[in-house]
Design a protein around this ligand. Structure first.
Ligand code: NCD
Ligand code: ZN
Length: 367
């Protein structure tokens, strides 16, 4: 067995839920999943209940995270049509601003071009600003960021025309970065499995396939690989919903991903499509730089690149208890995740306790 030591993983796009949606995930279960997946820091999205758009909600989430998180974290603020000044004033306590320009789970959706421009003008230039943008809204976000003289990060890019546009913008020197999820790199709308398939290979219904952005075409998927040079980060967009919710008549979109991301990408290393350096660049170095994350002393992940394991939902730490990769045998496993010199997780057993994680942006907590 050859163990490889890598810098620990950092995920800029995770949905932790908690509070009114603790049945899907909370800070305890979500950060246990993160450590099991090799992550020591995650940035949590604001499309929660209540949404993180004001001081009261931010304070509630700071308290929940402080008492339950097992790894380090940051909290995003959500942009709305009415919180332009409030969001900017709370910026020092958050890891970034998230703007939802297209439809997805939760109430945070901005329709108004004026709000987009106002947030881009008011949000501090030295703090990350991320957008959920699909198709034409990618172009809108890049243009308004350029006009307001600030950087913008495009979340979960999934389509050929989007990655081509971003690549062209980067070639012109525009200040745009982007992330791609493992599910958009490995799955399409036509994939017969693993999404929607049970361990016996039988379909489990369309709700399990629902995710935003939607799984795309093979040509879109191949374009992401062709434009790998333009992809700054791999982000999981870990978005847990329970099995009964996914099987309901109105299934919410989202896949869990924290515990499978690294193994899937190590599969691409085995296939010769990526190198370990490509992984470290997009799951550590670039995330740290783009999101201004502080050093985590004595943090690393040890992997066994050859260890094969089969994804079994009941062995995962995420509370949602299912995986799009259920029953798949993946090659490459996290053996140990180390944070602040302590073994936080070993062979899937999480040792770090709730409440030991730190807020990476707690210069002036509201608590
Ligand atoms: C996310 C969720 O469930 O919060 N769902 C998803 O399909 N990705 C929201 C999002 O990131 O769009
Ligand atoms: Zn998301």
């Amino acid at each position: 067995m050859t163990l490889i030591k890598l810098p620990s993983l950092l995920d800029p796009h995770v949905h932790i839920r908690d509070l009114a949606q603790s049945h899907k995930e909370d800070w305890d279960s979500g950060t246990a999943a993160a450590l099991a997946g090799g992550y020591t820091c995650l940035l949590a999205m604001p499309n929660t209940t209540p949404p993180v758009t004001d001081t009261a909600a931010l304070t509630q989430y700071q308290q929940a995270a402080r008492s339950r998180a097992r790894c380090d974290y940051g909290l995003y603020l959500g942009a709305s049509d009415t919180n332009i000044e409030t969001a900017a004033s709370l910026a020092p306590q958050s890891c970034g601003l998230k703007m939802y320009l297209d439809q997805t789970f939760g109430p945070l959706r901005m329709e108004d071009l004026g709000s987009l421009m106002a947030h881009m003008q008011h949000w501090p230039a030295d703090k990350p600003l991320c957008v959920h943008a699909e198709g034409r809204t990618v172009a809108a976000a890049i243009l308004v960021a350029q006009l307001t003289g600030r950087a913008v990060h495009i979340c979960h890019v999934s389509r050929k025309d989007e990655i081509e546009l971003i690549h062209a913008a980067k070639d012109r020197g525009l200040d745009v970065t982007c992330e791609v999820t493992p599910h958009h790199l490995f799955l399409t709308a036509a994939s017969p499995s693993p999404v929607g398939a049970s361990s016996t290979g039988e379909g489990r219904g369309g709700g399990y396939r629902e995710v935003r952005p939607r799984l795309a075409t093979e040509s879109d998927r191949l374009a992401l690989w062709q434009h790998m040079a333009a992809i700054d980060c791999f982000a999981t967009d870990h978005a847990p919903h329970t099995q009964s919710e996914k099987e309901s008549g109105n299934p919410p979109p989202g896949f869990p991903g924290l515990e499978t991301a690294l193994a899937l990408l190590l599969g691409a290393v085995h296939d010769g499509r990526l190198t370990l350096d490509d992984i470290t660049l997009r799951m550590h170095t670039n995330v740290k730089r783009i999101f201004n994350l502080p050093d985590q002393p004595d943090a690393h992940v040890e992997i066994d690149p050859d260890l094969e394991w089969t994804v079994r939902a009941e062995e995962l730490h995420t509370r949602c208890q299912w995986s799009p990769w259920e029953g798949q045998t993946l090659k490459g496993r996290v053996v140990r995740t180390v944070l602040r010199g302590q073994v936080a997780c070993e062979y899937g057993k999480v040792l770090a306790q709730p409440g030991t994680g730190r807020d990476i942006s707690n210069q002036q907590s509201t608590i």
